[in-house]
Design a protein around this ligand. Sequence first.
Ligand code: ZN
Ligand code: ZN
Length: 495
Amino acid sequence: MRFIVKNDQLIPSFHLEESVPITKVPSIPQPPVNHSFPYNHNLQHLLTGKQLLLDDIPHSLEEIQSHYENGYITYRKGIEYLGKKPVCIRCGNKERKRFASFPCARCGEICLYCRRCLMMGRVSECTPLIGWNGPVPDTNLSRQLLRWNGTLSEGQMVASQHVVEAILQNQEHLVWAVCGAGKTEVLFAGIEAALLARKRICIATPRTDVVVELTPRLKAVFPGVPIASLYGGSEDRHLYTPLTIATTHQLLRFYHAFDSIILDEVDAFPYTVEESLRYAVIQARKPESAMIYLTATPNKKWQLECRSGKRPYTTIPARFHRHPLPVPEFSWCGNWRKLLVKNKLPGNVLQWVKHRIDISKQALVFFPHIPLMDKALAILRQFVPNIEAVHAEDPDRKEKVQKMRAKEIPLLLTTTILERGVTFPNIDVAVVGAEDAIFTESALVQIAGRAGRSKDYPEGTVTFFHYGKTKEMLRAKRQIKAMNREGIKRGLIDI
Ligand SMILES: [Zn+2]
Ligand SMILES: [Zn+2]
């Protein structure tokens, strides 16, 4: 790797021939090299375990180059070729159609770049991924990091022990915890064990909301531990910390960084559909590292691997409050789409809603698509004017959820956007059109998991209104019943 000067700019050279090596540029001062620790605090902190673009680094090119010459900085090509096929080294993209070319000011050629990870800054053929090969920052953490007075349920305790073991022995482990089991507390002991063993640990999740919510909780229980909280636009991206909480997108900037990654909600969008995020998680791990997966709803393949003994896992089949999970009831509602087009709702759906209004019980009603939900909203508002509806692009989404929490609205219609993450203490849940393909087993288990979460209101009904039962509906119900059975058998549910 050399640097070249072109158009008065210092640039790393990968494929230019008429280059001038940086050492021939007389104006570049060579700073004294200090090999004793701490060595160049900021750049070391910024780059350890990362793969950054020049644009991500606020330091001068001269400084970067001098560290490169000391052997402390590494460059990897942003795009490599497998035969004639380009591969993006940052996000793993191999699809030809997701590359494009542009006349590049840096290398002065027509340069190929990756479109798949473009939102993290452009990786082109002349782009180096810059990393750190020097001493690793010392975090120097003292004993007794965890300040938490709570207690774990028996189910949580078993899972917690398995997480500690997996982390210390660099193994993979899945924690399959029902909705409302309290999975965050299960991680505390494992995080502390990792930190005391001077392991760098990351909690990654597909959803920004989860990062924002987890950060203050972990800061509260690990008050002496520096924590970086990473999502699009976060301020912490230059920090080196022993504990990182990040969206899976942000892991695209890491390379061989973590001794342990805890991946929360492995089954959630967009992780499930974006291959680059799965690649990012693998890249961010050290070759010898632990991987903890957390989910309430593993996919079919993983469920099978668990049952056949191929995947080490622990279930937490019961909620913290020791009541069983509400089991969904199926209720046939005929061709509800056709009725909605005629501005009508199926009789049993209408009955269900009216009953909740009569007994003043709040409810969430899920719909597969926005236009049909809006039709239903107009109909239901004739009975109760202050009903609301939310979906992913709704700018008032947060306010409406807040209103529901404050009990200012009796009923909230929603798309799958509220299938996970939200907790309302005392609600019933219905799905209208549960046969729609959008309602997978995992989505339905999550939706059912919204009911009966609070220890004050552990009961809640879950009704799937459908126009023909699907396999996914049956699987969801079977999964919930199996967890309840296991919970009873292990003495984790009071009956
Ligand atoms: Zn890429
Ligand atoms: Zn270029």
